[in-house]
Write a protein that binds this ligand. Sequence first.
Ligand code: MG
Ligand code: MG
Length: 255
Amino acid sequence: MIRLKTGEEIEILRENAILVSKTLAEVGKAVKPGVTTRQLNDLAETYIRDNGAVPGFLNYEGFPYSLCISVNDTVVHGFPSDYVLKEGDLVSVDCGTVYKGYNGDSAYTFPVGEISPEDARLLEVTKKSLRLGAQMAVAGNRIGDIGHTIQDFCEAEGFSVVRELVGHGIGTRLHESPEVPNYGRPGQGKKLVEGMVICIEPMINAGTRHVYVDDNEWSVRTVDGKNSAHFEYMVAIRHDGPQVLTTFEYIENNK
Ligand code: MG
Ligand code: MG
């Protein structure tokens, strides 16, 4: 069942969205060669708690950390660790909050120092596919219109779309209906309705789309070991069009 949100609920979701956006910017300031992913996790947890919220991922279905930190060939659900970031890495950071009983959820993939031109293109294409997909989040459109737009754009650029993991509705629970795949056919799937709030989160691979789950039973990695990128927005479907509740401005204006 899809739970539609009132204007008041969307405002609380927006507060969460702003907090995850600001937390990602704090993490982004610390991303550099020599830093461990555990340090990034710890500073995010402190920032979230200092703002009166709780990390949304910590203990979610047993996930043991506040952030998912996924380096290079790890697509999503990476564990923060003693891994030391090095020049040329891609580090995807996925952040959740719980505040006033509602959730926030957003992700950004950061370059560590100078990255290769191909990796820079992977980041740009994935981020642009998210913007294009979000533009399709219009009442009357279908879920498939979002996924098709993302898939079409990324595949035309020579990249591949992970199928096993998808976006989702969000509200009092982190993952609500409907599922929001990053692939699909135009005009197919559930109809988008005013009051839906969804997370759109393309996971795009440089090589094959196929993935496997690491021995830690969480981290999803590319089968061919090539890099992957992940960006995520929370989007409310309003009468006057899609409203992106999260923002990357705190990250990108910090540089
Ligand atoms: Mg997320
Ligand atoms: Mg999500």
